[in-house]
Design a protein around this ligand. Sequence first.
Ligand code: HAM
Length: 435
Amino acid sequence: MSNTTAFQKVTALRGMNDILPGESAQWEALEAMLRQWLSLYGYQNVRTPVLEQTRLFARGIGEVTDIVEKEMYTFSMSADRQELMTMRPEFTAGIVRAAIEHNMLYDRAQRLYTMGPVFRHERPQKGRYRQFHQISVEALGFPGPDVDAEQIIMLARLWKQLGINDIRLELNSLGQLEERRAHREALIAHLEKHKDILDADGQRRMYSNPLRVLDTKNPAMQQMANEAPKLFDFLGTESKAHFDAICQRLDDAGIGYTLNPRLVRGLDYYNLTVFEWVTDRLGAQGTVCGGGRYDGLFELLGGKTAPAIGFAIGLERLLALWQDVAKVQTAAECDVYFVHSDAQSARAAATLAEAARNLGVRCIVHPGSASFKSQFKRADASGARLAVILGESEMAEGKASVKFLRADAQGATAAQFSVAQSELATALTGKLQDQ
Ligand code: HAM
């Protein structure tokens, strides 16, 4: 009788997905296109840690935001719980921290991008996950408005390149601090007037973050939100000129947009330009990309003041929209699959495969022993174009047989041929180039 208790099966955490071969081939194809697209505009890769001090996000993103209030994965770094660390819920704050820490802006502005997983403890649903992936693109040290427009135009290029046409641009300006202050006073007065219809979130944020109260989904509050004073009407000449210059460039590029005065974004670091690209094709989670200017973030995080603008795309959502996604073929596991008949030929196969790999041929040697039939079945499933057969007769003659596993363009399958083992690697490279 066994005294081990059955081990309960382990599954992935809710909202955190495995990306398996096949699907991951689509991810790699998308990532390669994104890198090529970024290089057209001079963006360079940067990589920052997954874990950062909690203070970075609390300060950077803002204490009174959904992300900081309820969505961060936070741990204590020491037993006394004095110091806390958080798994990044976004990239921007970490990139700005790195730019300050390494004095990256001392002689020039920087165009940076990064890709990877970010973490938010949200309620999972289609298009909304707890571990998801972003590509974050940041132009640090640029006052705009030229670069603001360039970022939006580069996004329009990406959608076009990926064949995504049912996506629209929403644009707003959050102005500067003094303008937001004046608007805030007017807004609080408006909220106070309608205090009785505010829900619990609304009541709580009325003084701490009144703009976010307007971002409500509560139907009972919609009319109140629609009638609230609009920040856009509080913008001064300079802020208006910044916004107009962007619109002019978008017009030049033939890019349509909607001015959405209620677009405030879920992070507090923005000023002037904010934008989102939204689609109706993904159901409730239709925001594919969001971004804006954050001229105050460097100073807020203890650095020298520097203007900056950026955006992030949710890669799960982008992949769901990418029309050619189905056309991405699962990459073959290898070019050549080695089958063998006994221990001696298996040993020879291992050595011969190493020699072929030296010439860049991607090889798999069938593991263990099995009938030729089942080895060929596996060879076929691997997607290999050639099989190398090392049977008894081949071994006796110091040769290898090479079999074509795929039909050529005319639909014909060439006969197999035999080659000296010492010549095998070069013969394989030759045949792979011919095909
Ligand atoms: P964000 O709007 O919070 O902005 O996120 C950007 C994008 O990430 C969203 O538009 C969406 O596509 C995707 N996303 C957000 N949450 C989830 C989720 N739970 N599951 C799947 N996808 C999600 C930022 O993060 C800013 N850092 C953008 C930025 C960069 N602003 C300036 N620079």
